[in-house]
Design a protein around this ligand. Structure first.
Ligand SMILES: Cc1ncc(CN)c(N)n1
Length: 222
């Protein structure tokens, strides 16, 4: 069994729970309130800025030039492709890109991005690929699951979001990350593998918590 399949098996109950989360179900049906979606997009814009930094750290730590280049490209695409989706939604709400980035991070978003940045700071390239793998892989699984009966109608309010995450281009991102993890993990030691299992499981849990945060429009308590 490949190491990425092993990781997914470890986290399977957490992954299954993503597909039945009320935020995800309502997003797919198009019944999610615009207020909750707007909350999510504003938090996600902040999230993506840090995710791009995690990919940039992957580029720095990559063991070969091809992987360094691909990580750098992922950092760029996270900003150009995903963030432009967010900015288009921002335009609907008359928010400039800067105003979107001025939104304070909610507790769960803050904790999730600190978890990833901590691995980016001190982890190997494999650990960095692993900590960010649930971001790419879960969104691909969710996007495909929500569009399993075909593309959404033109009037679906969240069509662009669904089409991006169910796209072959987005699927290719997780495929590349998994391939890197599977190859690099072959030479990883026992301790590094344990750290990777932990990092993958925690990122998977935070992915679920991110939906929950948006569903509840989480705020700092004080
Ligand atoms: C929280 C979260 N996780 C993953 C993705 C997909 N890159 C995202 N946009 N936001």
């Amino acid at each position: 069994m490949s190491f990425s399949t092993h990781l997914r098996k470890l986290a399977q109950p957490v992954w299954d729970a993503q597909l039945t989360h009320p935020f995800v179900l309502a997003l797919g049906k198009g019944t999610l309130s615009e207020r909750k979606f707007r909350y999510y997009i504003l938090q996600d814009a902040r999230f993506l800025a840090d995710l791009a930094r995690v990919f940039a750290a992957g580029s720095l730590r990559a063991p070969d030039a091809e992987s360094a280049l691909r990580f750098a490209k992922l950092a760029e695409e996270t900003i150009t492709v995903e963030r432009s989706l967010h900015e288009n939604y921002g335009k609907r709400w008359k928010l400039s890109p800067q105003e979107m980035l001025n939104e304070p991070m909610s507790p769960t978003n803050y904790a999730y991005t600190r978890h990833m940045l901590a691995v980016a700071q001190s982890g190997t390239a494999t650990e960095i690929a692993v900590v960010a793998l649930p971001c790419a892989w879960i969104y691909c699984v969710v996007g495909k699951h929500l569009l399993k009966n075909g593309p959404p109608p033109a009037k679906h309010p969240y069509r662009d979001w669904l089409m991006l995450y169910a796209s072959p281009e987005f699927e290719a991102v997780q495929e590349w990350m998994r391939a890197r993890v599977d190859t690099w993990a072959r030479t990883a030691g026992h301790e590094e593998k344990k750290r990777m299992e932990q990092a993958f499981l925690i990122s998977s849990k935070y992915e679920w918590m991110f939906w929950e945060m948006a569903w509840n429009e989480e705020k700092w308590p004080v």
